[in-house]
Design a protein around this ligand. Sequence first.
Ligand SMILES: [Zn+2]
Length: 405
Amino acid sequence: MYYRQSFGGFRKSSYRKKRKPPANNNPRILPLFFLCFVRKKINGSGGHTNGVPSVIEFKKTVKQARIRSPLKNFAEETIMFEYRADPLTGRNTTVIRGMLDYQGKFLVSDVEQLNSLVEKTRVSCPFCPENVQSKTPMFTEDFLEEGRIRCGDAVVLPNLLGHAEQSMLAILSKKHHLRLDEFTPNLLVDGFLGAVEYLKRLREVDASIRYPAFAFNYLPPAGSSIFHPHMQILVRDRPFYLADLMLQKSKAYYAANGSSFWSDLLKAEKDGQRYLFGDSGVEWLVPFAPLRGLNEAQAVVAGKSNFLELNNTEWRGLADGISKVLRFYHEQGYGSFNIVVASGPMDEHLDYFDVNLRIISRPGIQQWCFTDAWAAPYLLWDGEAVEDPEVLAKKVRAFLKTMQS
Ligand SMILES: [Zn+2]
C-alpha cells in the first residue's frame, strides 16, 4: 500500500501502485530501496487547508555500495547514498555521508594567500569609496539624473557588462574585504532597499521587465571577479530557468491541492529537525533536498510573492537571517558564499508563490584551486549534499544558541 502525507494523517492513494524492490542483479549495489514519507499534523486543522487535503512529500531512497577499502586494510566497507526528491520540483539530490569530511580541507582559506589577494585587488578596485565616482558606470540621465542610487552605505549602479538586459550592482560596504562575520544586517538592508528603489524606478520606465532576482557571489571561488562586497540585481522580461520552474510547479501544486506549496512547506517544517528560526516574517530552514548541498540554507518570506510586496521589516528579516548564517559559516572557517533571492513577477500578487532565498558556502581561497562546481551539478543538473541536511540544521541551531548566550 502506498501512502501520501496528508495533514490529517496518512491516507491511501490510488494513483500509484505498490513498488516492487528492483532485482539485485548487481552484487555491489544492495537494493535497500524504500520511500520515506514524513507526516505531520498541521495546527490541528483536521487534515485540510481551505477544505482540500494538502500534501508535502519528503521522499528518500537509500542505496548502498560495498567496497574493500585500502584505508582499512582492504576490509569490506559499506557506503550509503540517499536520493532525495525536492518536494516541489522532484529534482534529485544525493546525500553522501562523509563527503563533508573528505572535502573539508578544500573549504577553508589559506589566510596568507587570502590576505595577499585582498591587498593586490584593493589597488585597482572600482568599488572602493575613492574610486566609485570615477570608475563605475552611471544610469543614463533619462533613467536617473543623479546617475547612481545611494541608500545608507550602499551604492546601486549599472553593471559594466552584466548578465541580463537589466543588470545592476549594489556595492554593499566601504570596506574592500569583509570576513563573513562582518556582513552586518544594516549593510545588507541598505543593499536591499537601494535595489528596491531601483526596481521601482524601472517599473516607471519599462513595466514589461518584471522578473527580478538578487544574487551574491562573494570572492572568486563563488564566481566573483571583484573582491569588494557587492550584490547583483538582475531583472528580465522573462524569469530565470529555476525561478520559472518554481513558479510553474507552485502553480500546479496550488491547482492540485488548493493551497500554497510554500505555506504548506513552512507548516510541515516548522519546529522540525530542519527548521532554523523565524525572524520578522521570514522563516529559515535547511532544505530537505538541497540544490547544491554545501551548507545550504533556505528562507521563505511568507505570503509575499514579489520583491515590491516586502516591507522594511521583512527585508530586515532576510538581512538578519543572512547575517546569522554567514556568522555560522565564519565559525566553520569558510570565507566565500553565494545567495540567490527569487521573486515572482513584480506586477501581480501570486497566492501560490513566496519570495524565497538559498544560501550556500563555497570553497576557500587556496593554491589548489578546488571547485565544488563539477560535472554532475553543472552538466547533469543533479544535486549533491555533503552531509545530512538535518545534521547541518542541528549544527546551525547549536551555533545560534551560543550567539544568544
Ligand atoms: Zn574595493
